[in-house]
Write a protein that binds this ligand. Structure first.
Ligand SMILES: Nc1ncnc2c1ncn2[C@@H]1O[C@H](COP(=O)(O)OP(=O)(O)O)[C@@H](O)[C@H]1O
Ligand SMILES: [Mg+2]
Length: 266
């Protein structure tokens, strides 16, 4: 992609600045020269076919993996160099919601334990009451009642489990929410419900949403700006309406015109 094509986020300060980031597994190149800025308050969508490197990019953004080359900055600070308190602070401010609520929630734990986990691991609450209060507030934000606290994931529907996963992310009061295929395992009605919830949370809160999916309609629904991935490279980065009306890359055009997802999975 040419530099002139690159969309510079308007307004807010830059949260993430990636430049020429490369990553791979053994000899396999997965991310090739990724440069990307993400600003405060954005709702950014990342789309691309399965295997294009979206989750890998999120792992780097969450510092669950390290780049092979290039720099990743969080508010100007190198992610690679974060340790101890700085890293805990980062983990409080940037929270993930992972793909499959059936797999990402520990079936043996009660919901209170699941949602409270980041509070414990990050040392965010001092008393039991404070912890309970924050768990209740997180449940409330996602439309679940206090009675959910003592139940286990198996007692909930797919949509409710995704709400639990979102509550777990919200419990730290993050500034950035990174959702990876957060609605991909859900039926269409539930998908719309969860997208509506994320949208409402975004509108009501003061955070930045990074929404990643192979499902372009879902991404377009929730994002003001879309970055399109193809084989580990960014092939397009533009406001959603421009991507939908006038996609510049043939791969994106195909996707928009066909109304299908990139991997034809719908
Ligand atoms: N742990 C791993 N070891 C080796 N290859 C991996 C691993 N995880 C992902 N890959 C490969 O990296 C590429 C990008 O994967 P991923 O980031 O999961 O893509 P996406 O999220 O867009 O579907 C794929 O080719 C995948 O097979
Ligand atoms: Mg993925």
């Amino acid at each position: 992609m040419s530099a002139g094509n690159r969309e510079v986020p308007r307004g807010g300060k830059k949260i993430f600045e990636l430049s020429e980031v490369c990553f791979g597994y053994k000899e396999k190149e997965v991310l090739k020269n990724i440069s990307l800025d993400i600003a405060e308050g954005e709702s950014l969508g990342i789309v691309g076919e399965s295997g294009s490197g979206k989750t890998t990019l999120l792992f780097l953004l969450l510092r669950l993996a390290r780049a092979r080359k290039g720099t990743l900055l969080f508010y100007g600070q190198s992610l690679a160099e974060m340790t101890g308190k700085g890293l805990r602070n980062f983990r409080t401010r940037v929270q993930p919601v992972f793909q499959d609520p059936f797999l990402s929630l520990d079936p043996a734990q009660k919901v209170a334990g699941i949602i409270g986990e980041p509070l414990v691991s990050l040392g965010l609450t001092k008393t039991k009451d404070e912890k309970k209060e924050r768990i209740l507030r997180a449940l409330e934000k996602v439309g679940l009642g206090a009675d959910s606290m003592n139940r286990r994931p198996a007692e909930f529907s797919g949509g409710q489990r995704q709400r639990i996963a979102i509550a777990r992310a919200l419990v730290t009061n993050p500034e950035v929410l990174i959702a990876d295929e957060a609605v991909s395992a859900l039926d269409i009605i539930t998908k719309v419900e969860i997208l509506t919830l994320l949208h409402a949370l975004k509108e009501g809160g003061n955070f930045t949403l990074i929404f990643v999916s192979h499902d372009l309609p879902a991404v377009a629904d929730i994002s003001e700006r879309i970055v399109v991935f193809n084989r580990g490279e960014i092939i397009e980065d533009a406001p959603s309406r421009r991507i939908l009306r006038a996609p510049s890359h043939p791969r994106t055009r195909l996707l928009v015109e066909s109304g299908l997802t990139l991997d034809g999975n719908r």
